[in-house]
Design a protein around this ligand. Structure first.
Ligand SMILES: [Zn+2]
Length: 306
């Protein structure tokens, strides 16, 4: 029964396959390819090719596969929804892959995979409820309970990127950015990398990407420091809402902006007054597995329930 666990991380630019040892999480193999530009059928073919090559290298056929995707399978329609890789939307990806590869498939959101990966043997190891937040070109968030993804009734549990963003006193007189999703000023419009960059510009800063703003702040640039301070305050207030609703045992950050070290000190200090509790001890940690968390979490989707 102790067969390797196979996972696929389907991203906008690359697709990665990995096999993990079910006993200790060691990588038995990993391989990646560029996400084909040719659309849905080409994406299916690329995934099938990676899985069949993994079969050959492992010498086992028909292992179940976990797949992490941007978006999720809608429980209402059985079709992918909410993927920024839009060729997937409206498609029965799990059924198409199961037919093509003749084996069971389990598909989950990439932020849920991050949560699972970090819960099993990462920054949330030993914690019962792990909330994971991806701060990248967009915002994704997911929940793992006892090392298993919690999808929710609509498959959107944890999706806090499209909650209303907190407004700060400094925002008075500054135009509010509206989200592509049509809901207004969402967390994603201010807490994603492009969101930080646009906020810096609106508050009088230069046109810089998030990484450049973070390094300018470290170098003493006052406008960049002010932008990072607003960012930490917004993130703190937004995560305080998560703590009030779920009270997770740990919050883990992934994505490019999770590399900003100052957040791990500043954000918990700033969220305390916004949480409805006398003391707030929720740890805020960086993802331990970095870029590998997506594919590791996808493989762990087939981990046996204890
Ligand atoms: Zn939105």
């Amino acid at each position: 029964m102790n067969h390797p666990l196979l996972g696929i991380d389907l991203g906008g630019t690359k697709i990665e396959v990995a096999a993990l040892s079910p006993d200790d999480g060691r990588f038995l193999l990993r391989e990646r390819c560029a996400t084909p530009a040719g659309g849905y059928e080409a994406t299916l073919a690329a995934i099938a090719d990676l899985v069949q090559r993994a079969d050959a290298r492992l010498g086992v056929r028909g292992l179940p596969v976990g797949v992490g995707i941007p978006g999720c399978i809608s429980p209402a329609t059985g079709l992918v929804k909410g993927a920024n890789s839009t060729v997937l939307n409206g498609r029965p990806l799990d059924r198409d892959l199961a037919r093509l590869l003749v084996r069971p498939m389990r598909i989950d959101n990439d932020a849920n995979c991050l949560a699972v990966s970090e819960a099993v043997d990462g920054a949330g190891a030993g914690k019962r409820m792990v909330c994971a937040v991806i701060l990248g070109t967009g915002i994704g968030a997911g929940i793992a309970i006892a090392g298993h993804a919690w999808a929710g009734a609509h498959g959107i549990a944890g999706e806090w990127g499209h909650n209303p963003a907190p407004r700060l006193p400094e925002d008075r007189g500054v135009p509010a950015p509206h989200c592509w999703c049509g809901r207004g000023v969402c967390n994603e419009t201010l807490l994603s990398g492009p969101g930080l960059s646009a906020d810096h510009l609106r508050h009088g800063g230069a046109l810089l990407d998030a990484r450049a703003i973070a390094s300018a702040a470290l170098g003493g640039d006052q406008a960049a420091q002010a932008s990072l301070s607003r960012y930490a305050e917004r993130l703190a207030r937004a995560l305080a809402q998560v703590i009030n609703v779920l009270d997770p045992d740990v919050i883990v950050l992934g994505g490019g902006l999770s590399n900003i070290e100052a957040l791990y000190d500043e954000v918990p200090r700033r969220w305390t007054p916004h949480v409805f509790s006398d003391v707030v001890t929720t740890p805020l940690r960086a993802a331990m597995h970095g870029d590998s968390s997506g594919v590791r979490g996808a493989a762990w989707l087939w981990r046996a329930h204890p």
